[in-house]
Design a protein around this ligand. Structure first.
Ligand SMILES: Cc1cc2nc3c(=O)[nH]c(=O)nc-3n(C[C@H](O)[C@H](O)[C@H](O)COP(=O)(O)O)c2cc1C
Length: 174
């Protein structure tokens, strides 16, 4: 049983403590498939996903991410990369600077929500040294890591951090 999409959106919380329990590879496959089905400008899909099970590599990622140790403690870590030149070839500067960020952000969100749907916790990690991650994962020039997403069964239940009120963020124009 998976969650309804609205439940997944509302119930998803960042997870920073994981159980020492493996995630079936088929489930990771489905999560990557959800990422693949994210929208992208012109359907260019300027992304690649590194799926890391290797213990040593996970801790290298944690150390590249200001020692956020929970990255190493997750059973699986997905590194989402963008390939800016794919979008630039079609959309020039707007593709290179804006669409690739939006496209990969949509893919990351699909990963978080799909994982939630399968009962897994995740955290979108953006604080890391790009160069160190590229070296550790052998990511060639031209591909840029934009997010690190540890995935695993949550070993914590987190309160919902407050959201800004609707009337502060919505402007209705009639
Ligand atoms: C672009 C981006 C970067 C983030 N980077 C980190 C990070 O480096 N470490 C971390 O623990 N959480 C990180 N987060 C998670 C946020 O802290 C979290 O989403 C926010 O506090 C709201 O909590 P929630 O996800 O439980 O709703 C990041 C989230 C986003 C969208």
């Amino acid at each position: 049983m998976t969650k309804d999409v609205i439940e997944a959106i509302l119930e998803r919380r960042s997870t920073r403590r994981f159980k020492n329990e493996q995630v079936p590879r088929a489930t990771i496959g489905r999560i990557i498939d959800a990422a693949r089905w994210a929208p992208s400008a012109g359907n260019v899909q300027p992304w690649e996903f590194y799926v890391i099970y290797n213990e040593k590599k996970k801790y290298e990622l944690a150390s590249a991410a200001a020692n956020q140790r929970f990255i190493g403690e997750a059973p699986v870590v997905i590194v989402v990369c963008t390939v800016p030149e794919m979008a630039a070839a079609r959309y020039r500067e707007r593709g290179r600077n804006l669409y690739v960020i939006q496209d990969t952000a949509a893919a990351v969100q699909n990963i978080l929500l799909a994982a939630e749907g399968y009962g897994l916790g995740t955290c979108w990690v953006g604080s890391f040294d790009e160069t160190i991650v590229m070296e550790a994962m052998d990511i060639p020039r031209g591909k840029i890591p934009v997010a690190i997403v540890p995935v695993g069964y949550a070993a914590e239940t987190n309160e919902s951090p407050a959201r800004r009120p609707v009337d502060e963020i919505v402007r209705i124009i009639e």
